[in-house]
Design a protein around this ligand. Structure first.
Ligand SMILES: *Cc1c(COP(=O)(O)O)cnc(C)c1O
Length: 224
């Protein structure tokens, strides 16, 4: 077995049924993605629009591509024809752009709202007030080709597991608030994307339905 194969099998064996594995393949060559594909992995995460578009063109069509990075408005058009889930909607202004591109492509595009739960200033995402504003906005009401199906967040990069756990539980709390206030009768609204290589066991304990793991599957990325 190749090590990617072993890593995927090892990781999947730990996941409860409700938790989906998003293999984060950013910066990795298509050969590595194909290896993971050949052991049955179909869901991959990328954080650069052009990189994801190129890989989509070169790889099998049944891969589900998740966009997990900060998405610039002028780049939405590159991924709109095929993206399976935009995980990182971090501002209201993105909604009409995604909706417009979804209409052009005759698709419904699924999205997660990204919350800022970490202590670092550098991580993207909304606070509760911004999310509530977005959810009650006329902008969203007019986006009939976009569907919000859950939340996403990144915990602080720290050894302090109590802090990480608290941040994940905050995200879970936002999920529940959204479910109860805005998506009560909507069975599609069910995803909580949290947990990466360094903290996925905690995320699963705190209610994650989707973990985004790169390094543990593919090894360290080259810095760029
Ligand atoms: C890179 C990245 C990941 C994966 O990180 P690893 O530590 O390599 O598992 C997960 N989520 C987001 C948003 C990322 O940018």
């Amino acid at each position: 077995m190749s090590s990617i194969e072993e890593n995927i099998a090892w990781l999947k064996a730990q996941l409860p049924e409700r938790v989906q594995l998003v293999a984060v393949s950013k910066t990795q060559p298509v050969e590595m993605i194909l290896q993971a594909y050949q052991c049955g992995q179909r869901v991959f995460g990328e954080n650069k629009a052009r990189e994801m578009e190129e890989k989509h063109q070169q790889l099998p069509a049944d891969i589900e591509w998740h966009f997990i990075g900060h998405l610039q408005s002028n780049k939405v058009k590159y991924i709109a024809p095929f993206v399976h889930l935009i995980q990182a909607v971090d501002r209201e202004e993105l909604l009409p752009v995604i909706n417009r591109e979804a209409v052009k492509n005759k698709r419904i595009i699924h999205c997660l709202l990204q919350f800022h739960i970490a202590t670092e200033e550098t991580k993207y995402g909304m606070n509760w007030e911004e999310a509530a504003h977005l959810l009650e906005s006329e902008t969203l009401a007019q986006c009939d080709h976009l569907r919000i199906i859950g939340v996403m967040g990144m915990a602080s990069f720290t050894e302090d597991t109590a802090l990480i756990r608290k941040e994940f539980s905050t995200l879970y709390h936002y999920y529940l608030l959204m479910k109860n206030s805005y998506f009560r009768d909507n069975p599609d609204f069910k995803e909580i994307s949290m947990g990466m290589s360094g903290d996925y066991p905690l995320a699963i304990e705190e209610g994650s339905t989707m973990i985004r793991v790169g390094t543990l599957l593919f090894g360290e990325r080259n810095l760029r």
